[in-house]
Design a protein around this ligand. Structure first.
Ligand code: UDP
Ligand code: MG
Length: 344
């Protein structure tokens, strides 16, 4: 007799485990999910954090767009620890309409974690991610889905005109420009939170074990076959942005420390520079003393010695940092490369 039951692995990947009974140690086989036809084709994943005033409009517009797709779909809403009544509203809506699935996180974990939870719990072969504040108009979803052609795994978006406050736009531009500088030309960074992807992309994200799961950055880093689609961006009608200058700075710092060893390397460079200047000064002082018989006063000598030793110390810290950097990336255990597909 064969018993099937859905099983979530540690990685959160959906697998079906087939247990063949009657054999002493049950044979565990990972088989393709045969209940796949029951799964919707498309999952729309939306993180919600304190968006009470927008819930009804969000749900009705999402459902309208979903119904018009003429494909099977689900709307998966992740409540990221809201404390303003968003969850109660969402609960009522999802109880009345089975197209909505609702996930509640125990507390506020941040947008990235909420999205990751949504990705893992969603069941569709195609996953749409968008914000819940309706700045990404759900009506643009069909355009993104149309761009997900056979050879494309990821559709990202660029905004015709970003309808946000000046500070928010500048903060975002800085984050993107700074990130792009860290990665160099080989990675095309797109930080938009409105995107469509195949499930294979989520499986590849699971292969990245680092704690800093800045979803958009990881997806950009993977260099998957993708296209950018231009979409409308609307101003927030109600509620407020959850990102202020401080949270944006934290994100930038997360980007730097999560994706590069640059700060550690900077210490090495500073040390090299200091030691080099100190060395030049000392050589000059020695030369003056020996060749020209000039004894330069104590302060200058002290400065030279200080610059040299400060440089050497920084350099030593930098070397330690280089090894720490290696430990850091080893612990992240991110794969060395991502295979797009194998054609046989
Ligand atoms: N969000 C979330 N958890 C958070 C912060 C934000 O789930 O801790 C959600 C929020 O409800 C919205 C999306 O992430 O759907 C984007 O947030 P926001 O509109 O504040 O960001 P902005 O548009 O300013 O980038
Ligand atoms: Mg927003």
């Amino acid at each position: 007799m064969v018993v099937r039951h859905p099983h979530f692995t540690e990685k959160g990947l959906r697998e079906q485990v087939e247990i063949v009974e009657g054999i002493e140690s049950p044979l565990l086989l990972v088989v393709p999910n045969k209940d796949m036809d029951k799964n919707p084709e498309i999952s729309i994943v939306v993180p919600v954090y304190n968006e009470e005033s927008l819930i009804e409009e969000l749900c009705s517009r999402l459902k309208c767009v979903g119904d018009a797709l003429n494909r099977s779909y689900e709307i998966l809403i992740v409540d990221d620890g809201s404390d303003d009544g968003s969850f109660e509203k969402l609960k009522r809506i999802s109880e009345a309409d089975k197209i909505f699935r609702l996930v509640k996180l125990t507390r506020n974990f941040g947008q990235q974690s909420a999205v990751l939870a949504g990705f893992r719990i969603s069941r569709g072969e195609i996953v749409v991610q968008l914000d819940s504040d309706l700045q990404n108009p759900p009506e643009e979803i069909p355009k993104l889905l149309a761009a997900l052609t056979e050879n494309i795994d990821l559709v990202t978006t660029i905004h015709k005109k970003r309808q946000d406050g000046l500070l928010r736009v500048l903060g975002s531009k800085f984050l993107c420009g700074f990130g792009q500088m860290l990665f160099g030309k080989t990675v095309k960074l797109n930080l938009s939170s409105f995107r469509v992807m195949r499930r294979s992309v989520i499986e590849k994200i699971e292969a990245c074990k680092d704690r800093s799961r800045y979803m958009a950055v990881l997806m950009s880093w993977m260099g998957l076959p993708s296209v950018e689609v231009e979409v409308e961006h609307h101003a927030r009608k109600k509620g407020e942005t959850k990102y202020n200058l401080l949270t944006l700075m934290k994100l930038s710092w997360d980007l730097v420390t999560g994706y590069s060893n640059f700060p550690l390397r900077l210490v090495t460079y500073m040390g090299l520079f200091g030691a080099f200047i100190g060395f030049l000064m000392m050589a000059f002082l020695l030369y003056q003393r020996i060749a020209n018989g000039i004894l330069i006063e104590g302060f200058v000598v002290l400065s030279a010695v200080f610059a040299f030793f400060a440089g050497v110390q920084l350099l030593s810290i930098g070397f330690l940092g280089e090894y720490l950097g290696r430990v850091h990336s080893q612990i992240q255990d991110r794969p060395d490369y991502i295979v797009e597909k194998v054609i046989e």
